[in-house]
Design a protein around this ligand. Structure first.
Ligand code: NAP
Length: 435
């Protein structure tokens, strides 16, 4: 018998469990740990609430979760309540699938001013992550600045721009919907330190900006490179740039009917966040020129008014005591997923925050190939039986998958009309719903 512990119940965790199940069937026991009492990680608290079709992949993870020998062990923080070394003594392989839940920081003067947020916090707030439910962003000002030109920046800009009606079929949490309903935001500026050919926004998601009820995307035609230069781009990026070109061609008369402007500000590198009374009021920006793919400051600066700033510049994995960490990469130090004998990592915890949800599938299968090479038939470890004793001795309040199903039923029952669920946003309410 092989005993495998997976830490983290997001896409990387569940694809890894699926791979272990497919490979060994009856001859493996998999425990998937999560610090939250609810599973699915980024699917629940990262994917935008108005992207329900993407969230549908959770049904596939549910299939894995409901197979006989895969368990969800929620509400347990590994590295705090239970050490990684303790798990290694019980399981043949411990696989860290903890994602990258922390923001990369801007490192700029003024980054700690009020109403400046990183995307982990801001996205967590509108998605009901218990850690960020109390974030309390002030959306009463007119000007929002979103830093970065990746898909997270796009999510944040779109959520800020949508009307109440556009959220009707989403699972945005009530505290965020209430705040967004009364938002005073009129301009959302997306700052990119490089040009249109360097965006990391994917075409489907970028195209959504042209479909919004009361907001429209605005691109200065002068920022676009000559059209024949698009030919060298890879097809996905070329499609995204084609969207930018169509945004630049929207006539003024069409913008007039849309009170909220989503402005793309290219060649614009943030230099400092400025404020009075401890609260952000503006972003000082330096114009750049792109040389050899890198943004080079031109010395020309300007100030953009900003009542709210959300920095969407990427994420880092949270280090775990005694696990080697690659500071530059912001993930666990590893060789193709191996950290040390018996300890592995997968997904964003292995390679950093890139790719789509589906990228985690081959990652999960690849790490199970490594585990199979290393552990053969297993070393007669105690696995879940040993963990259950430890959990009892420590008084841990473990949440199981069937507990989660009760929590989910309560969330579905509490949904606004037309919405799939109303999430619990604090751990105590989640636990109360299963009791
Ligand atoms: P990302 O794709 O890496 O984009 C980060 C952006 O921040 C880039 O435009 C980058 O510009 C910019 N940036 C980095 N450091 C900066 C700095 N110091 N100052 C100014 N700008 C800076 O990261 P992400 O948007 O967080 O997305 C993470 C992953 O999740 C990606 O793989 C993304 O596709 C995925 N995701 C997918 C979806 C979806 O498919 N619907 C939704 C959300 C996220 P440079 O390029 O110049 O470095």
């Amino acid at each position: 018998m092989r005993h495998i512990a997976i830490i983290g119940s997001g896409p990387a965790g569940y694809y890894t469990a699926e791979a272990a199940q497919k490979r060994w069937g009856e001859a493996v026991r998999v425990d998937i740990f999560d610090r939250l009492p609810v599973p699915f990680g980024l699917i629940r608290t990262g994917v935008a609430p108005d992207h329900q079709s993407i969230k549908g992949v959770a049904r596939r993870y549910e299939k894995t979760a409901l197979t006989d020998h895969v368990r969800f062990v929620g509400n347990v923080t590994i590295g705090d309540q239970v050490g990684v070394g303790e798990l290694q003594a019980l399981y043949d392989a411990v696989i860290l699938a903890t994602g990258a839940p922390e923001d990369r920081t801007l490192g700029l003067e003024g980054q700690d001013l009020r109403n400046v947020f990183g995307s982990a916090g801001f996205v967590g707030w509108y998605n009901g992550h218990p850690q960020f439910a109390a974030l309390d962003p002030d959306l009463s000002g007119k000007h929002a600045v979103v830093i970065g030109m990746g898909n997270v920046a796009l999510d944040v800009a779109r959520i800020l721009a949508k009307t109440e009606r556009e959220f009707s079929a989403s699972d945005i949490v009530a505290h965020a919907l209430d705040r967004l309903k009364t938002s005073g935001i009129e301009t959302i500026t997306i700052l990119g330190r490089r040009g249109p050919h360097n965006i990391l926004m994917t075409p489907k998601e970028l195209g959504e900006l042209a479909q919004l009820e009361s907001a429209s995307p605005r691109v200065d035609p002068a920022d676009l490179p000559p059209i024949d230069e698009d030919a060298i781009l890879e097809p996905g990026l070329r499609k995204s740039v084609t969207h930018l070109r169509s945004f630049a061609a929207i006539p003024q008369s069409e913008h007039a009917g849309k009170p909220v402007g989503i402005h793309f500000d290219f060649y614009a590198s943030p230099q400092a966040l400025l404020g009075d009374d401890g609260r952000v009021q503006a972003v000082r920006v330096e114009r750049t020129a792109v040389m050899g793919g890198r943004p080079i400051g031109t010395g020309e600066t300007y100030e953009l008014p900003a009542d709210l700033v959300v920095s969407c510049i990427g994420y880092r994995t949270t280090p775990i005591p005694d696990v080697p960490f690659d500071e530059r990469g912001g993930h666990f130090a590893n060789e193709h997923g191996r950290i040390s004998p018996g300890l592995y990592c997968v997904g964003w915890a292995k390679r950093g925050p890139s790719g789509t949800i589906g990228t985690n599938r081959p990652d999960g299968y690849a790490v199970i190939d490594l585990v199979a090479e290393d552990i053969a038939d297993g070393a007669d470890k105690r696995g879940r039986e040993g963990f259950d004793e430890l959990a009892q001795a420590r008084g841990l309040k473990v949440v199981t998958f069937s507990d989660w199903q009760k929590i989910e039923q309560a969330e579905i029952a509490a949904a606004r009309e037309g919405a799939p669920r109303e999430k619990f946003v604090d751990i105590a309410s989640m636990i109360a719903a299963r009791d």
